[in-house]
Design a protein around this ligand. Sequence first.
Ligand code: SF4
Length: 455
Amino acid sequence: MALAVTSSSTAISGSSFSRSGPSSDPKALQICSFRLSELSHVSQRRYSLKSLKAESHTRNDSLVTRASTLITPEVEEKEEDVEDFEQLAKKLEEASPLEIMDKALQKFRSNIAIAFSGAEDVALIEYARLTGRPFRVFSLDTGRLNPETYRLFDAVEKQYGIRIEYTFPDAVEVQALVRNKGLFSFYEDGHQECCRVRKVRPLRRALKGLKAWITGQRKDQSPGTRSEIPIVQVDPVFEGLDGGVGSLVKWNPLANVEGGDVWNFLRTMDVPVNALHAQGYVSIGCEPCTRPVLPGQHEREGRWWWEDAKAKECGLHKGNIKKEDDTTADLAPAIVHDIFESNNVVALSRGGIENLLKLGNRKEPWLVVLYAPWCPFCQAMEASYVELAEKLAVKGVKVAKFRADGDQKEFAKQELQLGSFPTILLFPKSAPRAIKYPSEHRDVDSLMSFVNLLR
Ligand code: SF4
């Protein structure tokens, strides 16, 4: 028998979350109650009596308490409907974020929560408010966030009358990591280990209390890793409340929205935003791993900038990353054209670049870009590199390219300082070692100064 329960406790059975939602007075902080019978959206169980001091779960006035006892008719037991989320994703492909949010909240009610990072995904909270349905918000406090992000959390709680449900990393795990490797080990050996401790495991714990979650992922955020995000999917990585593969559903209401439109929405609706955005930050994560980007730079260039573009997922959305083979299969030669095509840019073979490496004294300095033609960051610098090659041709500096993906990648990593694409190397006339261009400012003037100062 399903029992309707009213509770002023914030604890949800089997979950570490508290529940919050908007009321007719959005500023009012809510402690809400809910029926256990509503926790399952897919099944209806047989019951005949509800002892109630309960609430109805309708929009806006959803939390009004009724002191009454209702006798409800017996309901035929039904088989669980297995939702086809692939079909649903197709159906919702043209839907607005508001429609998608409404659908998600309506389907999963108290078993769904918005993942809020403290960046422009605050738009999700505004959309949830606009649906008029109760909603929950959770966030991962990694312990390494910017002060501005904590301020935004506070502003959001006040504006929407909610409590954000924070999840923290395991103190023992953080202690072990920091004692062994120091506070900034991610700059040395990659961000995965720290992200696993501070983000992924806490997230896994949080999601185990839910049946669905809502993220602010967009296709345009990372051409390398987010280009195929569906509106809704069975989460390919994490488990939900019921445990096992397929027990969690992931909603991405902003998947098809462009960054500029999210910003227009935030401005129009007067939503509080992170003060870091005014300082040039777009994508915001932990303080040591986030930096502002310049106009024209892709927003993900501000995250883990010292790493390969395809590794730029912290593990929270690992399911986005396709295997190398899959990616290659997608990039048929007919689609991916070579880049840096110019008479002034020499295409180096493996033997050619090995010779350059061996020479201690060269006849002339060489500037070489290590690239992959499918890499959007390489494509973005193509025009400036070709223009630079033209200018350097009259100055006696050779300009070249070396395709360093696929079979050449390991060699390029070992011998040519390849970190991410593109990597630019200057082989000066007399210095034996190549000098790596250290900046992401790949405009003609910046590159020209680098060459002039070191050739
Ligand atoms: Fe650690 Fe950086 Fe990942 Fe934050 S983003 S968890 S500081 S590696």
